[in-house]
Design a protein around this ligand. Structure first.
Ligand code: UD1
Ligand code: CA
Length: 446
């Protein structure tokens, strides 16, 4: 039997934030999400999350995880106090309790399985992850006897100067024998510099306490402040970009770019400086992105060029050119061989093959056919103050510069619209339409 408890009730004082610490994002995913995802394959009988400070926000962020059982810790009197709150939920439970700190987000599931295996084989009362750090600042220090049994964990702020030199630290990830832990949970006191009930004090009370050193100390990095948050972000980003560079993606200046883990690339993609990919993006072979583009939850087919542009929840076809300074908004589909040029905004629109929208336009709620030329400054007036309306333009039509298309409207195929026209009724196929007042020219008096 296995139970998992994730501690996520703390105030996160050192973050100096209105957002609960465990909800701060790291490469687009919250800390708590990351901790949770490394327990996925462990198949526990119970999955408990201890919440307290801003409990509603934390619970809400995890509402899609139906398997979770939330335990309220009120007030938050320390990590030992948090575990004391589990007693009613784990009544009669007989097995291991795996405790994870909600602020240790880089942990790997493999490490947890190794910890469990080691713990079970050694028949210990508790086994916890440890690491030998060059700079152990901020962590509890681990003290062992000659036989390797752990005698005590002392929090850094409670250490003497001598004790603080110890570089063996507690990672905050424990596997307890629940029955044995239960026997000592009552004995904890809050006689320490923070007046909190420390889970780490159970170690000296338990019969057989072991530590299990991790291979890569970065994996157990805890996040207490925003400096550590940025160090973890840097770690993830470096790993992601190196892995894609090995698979054939060029980053001209990797340090200035960021990726999400859910982004995939084809081969011979070039990423120029200041380009960011967020959420779930699929980038096809030969795409050239940036400098200065931000692409979110979008699919780009092959050989797409996107310079200084924002593409959000859109699908972009082969051999298209986007930007500079274009904004493609959600639910847009841009078909093959088309061009979206400077200062063009597209919202919830379908753009057919070979269509060109080169300069200064807004197209919203529109369906455009193929090989259309949209003149500079063409605008769809899609909003009447209350509702959005559709614009349809059929194949091979052309709009003149500064055309306004007042939706709902349908422009047929092979239509030409004269420059400066405001069109508010449907235009049949193969027509020329101009709506413009006559210019009045007079001789100036002075
Ligand atoms: C803790 C450990 C320390 C270890 C470090 C590893 C204790 C006393 N110390 O210190 O030995 O080196 O983690 O990162 O456990 N929490 C609650 N309820 C509370 C207090 C905290 O749920 O009342 C949660 C926090 O939300 C956080 C986790 O427990 O996710 C750890 O708390 P934190 O205050 O960050 O502990 P550290 O000082 O880092
Ligand atoms: Ca911490």
């Amino acid at each position: 039997m296995l139970a998992i408890a994730i501690l996520a009730a703390g105030k996160g004082t050192r973050m100096k934030s209105n957002l609960p610490k465990v909800l701060h994002p790291l490469a687009g995913k919250s800390l708590i999400d990351r901790v949770l995802s490394c327990t996925q394959g462990l198949k526990p009988n119970h999955k408990l999350i201890v919440v307290g400070h801003q409990a509603n926000l934390v619970e809400n962020s995890l509402k899609n995880h139906k398997e979770l059982d939330f335990v309220l810790q009120q007030p938050q009197n320390g990590t030992g106090h948090a575990i004391q709150q589990l007693r009613p939920r784990l009544e009669g439970f007989n097995g291991e309790l795996l405790v994870l700190n909600g602020d240790v987000p880089l942990l790997k599931e493999k490490t947890l399985s190794s910890l469990l295996k080691f713990h079970r084989e050694s028949n210990a009362s508790v086994t916890f992850l440890s690491a030998n750090l060059d700079s152990p600042r901020g962590y509890g220090r681990v003290f062992t006897d000659e036989s390797g049994l752990v005698k005590r964990i002392i929090e850094e702020r409670d250490c003497t100067n001598e004790q603080r030199k110890n570089k063996l630290i507690n990672a905050g990830i424990y596997c307890f024998n629940w029955r044995e832990l239960l026997d000592v949970l009552n004995l904890l006191s809050s006689k320490n510099s923070q007046n909190e009930i420390y889970l780490t004090d159970t170690i000296s009370l338990l019969k057989k306490a072991l530590h299990f050193e991790v291979d890569n100390p970065f994996e157990i990095k805890g996040i207490n402040d925003r400096i550590q948050l940025s160090e973890c972000e840097h770690f993830i980003q470096k790993k992601l970009k190196s892995s894609w560079m090995r698979k054939g993606v060029t980053f001209v200046d990797p340090i200035s770019c960021s990726l999400s883990e859910d982004t995939t690339f084809g081969t011979d993609v070039i990423i120029e400086p200041q380009t960011h990919l967020r959420g779930k993006c699929n980038i096809g072979n030969g795409c050239h992105l940036g400098p200065g583009s931000v692409i979110t939850n979008s699919t780009l087919a092959e050989n797409v060029l996107a310079i200084h542009s924002f593409i959000n929840e859109a699908k972009i076809g082969n051999n298209t050119s986007i930007g500079p300074f274009a904004h493609i908004r959600p639910e847009s589909k841009i078909s093959d061989n088309s061009k979206i040029g400077n200062f063009v905004e597209i919202k919830k629109s379908f753009i057919g093959e070979g269509t060109k929208i080169n300069h200064l336009s807004y197209l919203g709620d529109s369906t455009l056919g193929k090989n259309i030329n949209i003149g500079a400054g063409t605008i769809t007036a899609n909003f009447d103050g209350k509702n959005k309306h559709k614009t349809i333009i059929d194949d091979y039509s052309k709009t003149g510069a500064n055309s306004v298309l007042v939706a709902p409207i349908k422009i047929g195929s092979h239509v030409t619209i004269g420059a400066g026209s405001t069109i508010s009724k449907d235009v049949p196929d193969k027509s020329l339409v101009v709506e413009r007042s006559k210019a009045i020219i007079r001789t100036k008096i002075n």
